[in-house]
Design a protein around this ligand. Structure first.
Ligand SMILES: [Zn+2]
Length: 383
């Protein structure tokens, strides 16, 4: 009892701390928005064998560059900058050099540009031009035909070498870099579910059944049923939903021939390419001891506060809905929460190895409650 009160007090103290920490940032944004450099546009030009991306701003702008792999993404964080909401965009580029350009307000003072590219080290040039029309230019492939390459006035930081292609070991190397690059989306400008793009990943599928319960219920079918119902509920609230799979299949185009990493990579890619606002991977837990039960939500060990908040919101609403044991919000290095560009969580609904929870997760009523709980949690998150 005493311990419970102690924990409750600690929780309230933490909650107070968190709310004090959040408000000054919000205030700062409105007070200082005028002092920020405005990103007025991002232009993408394509010519034979080249792609040029130009970022226009009303004043010279400083930026940090980093490179992520799987797929290769060049991330430019423009400092002390803001971009009008209508200028935010997600452009697919039909070129073998660059496949997509995403532009968004990353936090109160940073505009983030993510370029998905297939070129390796030395395959692009990045420089900024000052003067009347300040701009940052990225050239991929040979300089655009019909003109000399623009002269770098102020050479920026040297491009970070691109990591060699995927292998698990390289992923580990790359992830060190990824840690500081988690996207804190600016989700404060709009509230509610309407217009949100939500990526839902029904865990496992196809040749991978996931965990199997005492009576043979497979995790892959529970996660798909929950995800379909969740999609229906979220769409009814005005959100858009992208599912990584809609049937009992693998997500990777290699099907059952895909490695575990390729399969998980394919799931992240669905969310990243769609530029989803949030990502949820749905799973059911299992343990050798059939007594063990409860709900857990995970976010990436070095993930954002937004991911943690999403995990907390979904977990608490889910527990309200299905009344199982609260196993808390935990951090993890699960591939899908690590390699997604948006607030991302993995939810273990409850234990399929526990006979009662298996039964609940296999019932129509149970599926409905679970989906409603998760949807309520997402609604809480968006506020
Ligand atoms: Zn699972």
């Amino acid at each position: 009892m005493g311990r419970t009160y102690f924990l409750l007090t600690m929780f309230l103290v933490a909650l107070l701390g968190a709310s004090f920490a959040v408000h000054p940032v919000e205030a700062a944004f409105s007070d200082h928005a005028k002092e920020l450099t405005k990103v007025t546009g991002v232009r993408i030009g394509k010519a034979d064998g080249s792609v040029r991306i130009v970022v226009d701003s009303d004043r010279p702008i400083s930026y940090k560059q980093s490179v992520l792999s799987n797929p290769t993404r060049i991330v430019l964080d423009l400092q002390n900058a803001w971009i009008a909401p209508e200028a935010k965009k997600n452009t697919a580029v039909d070129s073998p050099l660059v496949s997509a350009v995403r532009v968004a307000q990353f936090d109160a003072t940073t505009v983030r540009i993510v370029v998905e590219t297939s070129v390796g080290k030395g395959g692009w040039r990045l420089f900024s031009l000052t003067g009347e029309k300040p701009r940052i230019v990225m050239d991929f492939g040979k300089p655009p035909a019909g003109g000399k390459p623009a002269k770098p006035v102020q050479e920026a930081k040297k491009p970070v070498p691109v990591q060699p292609p995927a292998s698990e070991k390289d992923n580990e190397v790359e992830e060190e870099e990824h840690d500081s690059e988690r996207l804190e989306r600016d989700l404060s400008a709009i509230t509610g579910m309407k217009g949100r793009l939500i990526a839902i990943d029904p865990g496992h599928g196809g040749s991978d059944s996931g965990a199997i319960g005492p009576t043979g219920i497979m995790e892959k079918s529970v996660t798909l049923r929950v995800s379909r119902e969740l999609k229906r509920l979220l769409e009814a609230e005005g959100a858009k939903v992208v599912l990584t799979r809609t049937g009992d299949t693998e997500v990777s185009s290699k099907g059952s021939g895909a490695t575990a990493v390729e399969e998980l990579e394919a799931r992240c890619e669905v969310a990243n390419r769609a530029n989803a606002d949030i990502f949820l991977s749905i799973h059911a837990d299992a343990f050798t001891n059939r007594e063990v039960k409860g709900t857990t939500a995970y976010y990436y060990t070095k993930g954002t506060k937004q991911s943690k908040r999403l995990a907390d919101s979904v977990r608490m609403a889910l527990i309200d809905a299905i009344g199982t044991l609260d196993r808390g919000t935990q951090t993890s290095n699960f591939y899908v929460v690590k390699h997604t560009d948006m607030p991302a969580i993995l939810v273990e609904i409850s234990f399929i190895s526990n006979p009662d929870e298996e039964k609940m997760m296999n019932s129509e009523a149970g599926i409905k409650k679970i989906a409603q709980g998760i949807a309520d949690g997402i609604a809480d998150f968006f506020g």
